[in-house]
Every structure is written in structure tokens, then in C-alpha cells.
Design a protein around this ligand. Structure first.
Ligand SMILES: Cc1ncc(COP(=O)(O)O)c(C=O)c1O
Length: 382
């Protein structure tokens, strides 16, 4: 059995959900604000099925996924919780008609980001004798998908005239809510509010209005409306280091392996491909069967540390596909089979995804998503 695994602790997930709920409640004690747990990209690498089941147990109201494949996978397991697909229909691999029947059969909630999609769904709804639930996506500045906020009013009036769609929700997405400076997030929020106001004047109101991703959940309470969409917070990380202090979180994944090989290497010897590291004196080198094939980035070569028995050891030489090497020093205190923490937090010691992200010039989201499929996910406190 491969000793490299990702241990995912449900107790910590429950803790994070509770922290998010309490924070929202503190901000608006009298409002019932729904939570859409964002579980796209295999729940940010943590396992979409297992995480979603738990989130439903913890009382999450909606699940948010990126595409229809993820939604179908989820619906097989989760019968009643609404699943909102953030992605568009056009990008699907399947035939459109097939997709619509999937939408219908699996009771999914579609994002509508274009008039074509709205019309298309409306036509097919009639054929399936059901009204598809849709949430309309407004582009207030992200410039990814959605009705341009300037033209959205007219477009939505057109959509509202279609008889076979259930306009359950309307939403937008922030481009920079995680920044301390909220000027762009506020601009987006104003654009969204103006549109909602115009629509209301025409008698058009939506049961569910949402905008807040993790950055906004932490730091932009005016954007809560009646649903929020946190992702990264669920998994125990902050969307950026500039807004860390609002709530306490616990990283739920510990990416681990074991020491499986130890050898002595003389002075001035090179370690690993490309000879990017040379020993200064004779040291013991431990080899750990985890590499970039497991999601331990090559960019971490000669930069990161691992934790073994509460002590940090530097990773040395190039990260290879299946192995990394660590310097254990001239006298070593570890033994073959000892656990190695590559990423996460244990007994108050940690090398979080945020730290690894800093070392590799990326964000914790990417580090978490990069944990490869071949790494077994082991669930604790299930
Ligand atoms: C539409 C949408 N909502 C919410 C989120 C959650 O974002 P975060 O993980 O920053 O909370 C995402 C993820 O990027 C998203 O694409």
C-alpha cells in the first residue's frame, strides 16, 4: 500500500462550517442567510462526494459545482439538496438535448448567462413538461461569464417573459473581494444592487440573491443578500493573507507520507535530478515516496520543509515525480515508517497550503486542487 495519502478530518470541516455560520449570524442575527457550499473541482481536491455528504449533514442549503459532470456525480448520492451548476451548458461535452434531459432527471439548477441558454432551456422545458430552475448570472466586473451589468436589465425582462423557466435566483461573482482594499468589490456590489433595484421597480424579484465568495463572507457583509457561497473557507484556508483575522479556521487536509528509505551521503555529493543541491558534510538523507506526480510541486525543490515527529526537515534537491529527499542531518532521529507531514497542520505545527503556495508563487486553491487522484483520500472522524 502506498503510504502517501491525504487525511481529511471531518471534525475540522464541521468546525469551519460552524465558524462560518457563527460569523454570518454575528453580522445579521435576525436574517436567515442560506449557505451554498462550493464543492467544485472535487471539493478543492478533498473529494466531492464525501465532503458534500457531510456538508448536507451539517445543514448546508445548496451545493455549488462547476459543471454538469460534477453535478451528476453528486446527484447520485445526494437526493434533495439543490445543486447549482455555475458553468454554462454550451461548454458541455454532451449533446445539448442530452444535457437538458440530465438537468431534468437529476433536478439540477442551471446558471443562465446568455439569452440563448435561457431560450434553449425554455423550449426544452416544455418538452419535459417541467419548469427548469435557473439562476441568472450577472457580470459586474469579473469578465468571465454572465450578462453584462449594463445590458442585463433588458435581457432579464426578456427572460422573464419566457413561461417555462423558474427564475429562482440571481447572482454575481467578485473579482477581488479577498483584497483589503474593497473599492472594486464595492463597485461590483453597487452595479449589482442598481440592477436589482431596477428589476424590483418592474416587479421582478428573485427568491434567492447571492454574491459572496469567501473573501466577501469574511469582509463584505453588505454582499450577503440571502445566500453566501464560501469555498476555500470550508477547507480551512483564507482567500488571502490580508484578511485572516475574522474567523478561526482549521485546514482539513493533511497531505502525508512516510519515510521509506534512509542512507548516508558523503560531503559535496549532489542530490536528485539536475544536481541542484550539494551536501556540505556527510548527512543522512531520507527518501519519501511523494513527488510532483502526487501534487507535491517541483517548484518546491530546495524550498520546503516537511514535518517528522514534530521536527522540521528541509527538502533537498529537485522534487521528482514519485519521490522527494529530505536532509535528516548527521545523526538522525527518525526511522523507516515514520509519518511525514508534507502539507497541513498537526499538533499546532504546520506547513499549510498557504505556505506552500507562497513558496511556489501561487494560491492555496491551486495547491489543494493539485493533490493528485492517485493519492488516497482517508477520512477521519467520519
Ligand atoms: C461562482 C463561484 N462562487 C463561489 C466560489 C467560491 O470562492 P472561494 O473559494 O473564494 O470562496 C467560486 C470559486 O471560485 C465560484 O466560482
Amino acid at each position: 500500500m502506498n503510504p502517501t495519502r491525504a487525511e481529511i478530518d471531518f471534525k475540522k470541516l464541521a468546525f469551519n462550517v460552524e465558524q462560518i455560520k457563527r460569523h454570518i449570524h454575528r453580522e445579521y442575527p435576525r436574517r436567515r442567510i442560506k449557505i451554498c457550499g462550493v464543492v467544485k473541482a472535487n471539493a478543492y481536491g478533498h473529494g466531492i462526494e464525501e465532503i458534500s455528504k457531510k456538508l448536507v449533514d451539517y445543514g448546508i442549503d445548496f451545493l455549488g459545482v462547476a459543471n454538469y459532470d460534477e453535478a451528476i456525480r453528486l446527484r447520485r448520492l445526494i437526493q434533495s439538496t439543490p445543486i447549482l451548476v455555475f458553468g454554462t451548458l454550451i461548454h458541455s461535452k454532451l449533446e445539448p438535448a442530452k444535457y437538458v434531459s440530465i438537468l431534468h432527471r437529476h433536478n439540477l439548477t442551471a446558471t443562465v448567462a446568455s439569452l440563448d441558454t435561457a431560450k434553449f432551456l425554455n423550449d426544452y422545458s416544455r418538452r419535459f413538461r417541467s419548469r427548469f430552475k435557473v439562476h441568472i448570472k450577472i457580470d459586474t466586473g469579473m469578465r468571465r461569464i454572465g450578462f453584462d451589468y449594463k445590458r442585463a436589465f433588458r435581457n432579464i425582462l426578456q427572460i422573464a417573459s419566457l413561461k417555462n423557466l423558474e427564475l429562482e435566483g440571481i447572482f454575481t461573482h467578485f473579482a477581488a473581494s479577498e483584497e483589503k482594499n474593497k473599492s472594486f468589490a464595492n463597485l461590483q456590489l453597487n452595479r449589482f444592487n442598481d440592477l436589482l433595484h431596477e428589476l424590483k421597480k418592474k416587479g421582478l424579484e428573485f427568491p434567492i440573491i447571492h454574491a459572496a465568495n469567501s473573501g466577501a463572507v469574511l469582509d463584505l457583509k453588505n454582499s450577503y443578500f440571502n445566500m453566501v457561497r464560501p469555498g476555500i473557507l470550508l477547507y480551512g484556508y483564507y482567500p488571502s493573507s490580508s484578511i485572516r483575522n475574522k474567523i478561526q479556521l482549521k485546514p482539513i487536509m493533511n497531505f502525508k507520507s512516510k519515510i521509506t528509505y534512509i542512507k548516508k551521503v558523503g560531503p559535496r555529493e549532489s542530490i536528485s535530478y539536475g544536481r541542484k543541491y550539494f551536501t556540505k558534510s556527510a548527512v543522512f538523507i531520507g527518501s519519501i515516496p511523494a513527488g510532483y506526480g502526487d501534487g507535491y510541486w517541483k517548484l518546491l525543490s530546495n524550498k520546503s520543509k516537511v514535518l517528522i515527529n514534530k521536527r522540521f526537515y528541509p527538502q533537498v534537491g529537485a522534487v521528482t515525480m514519485d519521490w522527494i529527499m529530505v536532509s535528516l542531518g548527521p545523526r538522525y532521529r527518525v526511522k523507516i515508517g515514520d509519518d511525514v507531514l508534507l502539507m497541513g497542520e498537526e499538533n499546532g505545527y504546520g506547513i499549510g497550503a498557504d505556505k506552500l503556495a507562497k513558496l511556489t508563487g501561487t494560491i492555496p486553491y491551486e495547491v489543494l486542487c493539485a493533490v493528485a487522484d492517485r493519492v488516497e483520500r482517508v477520512y477521519l472522524n467520519a
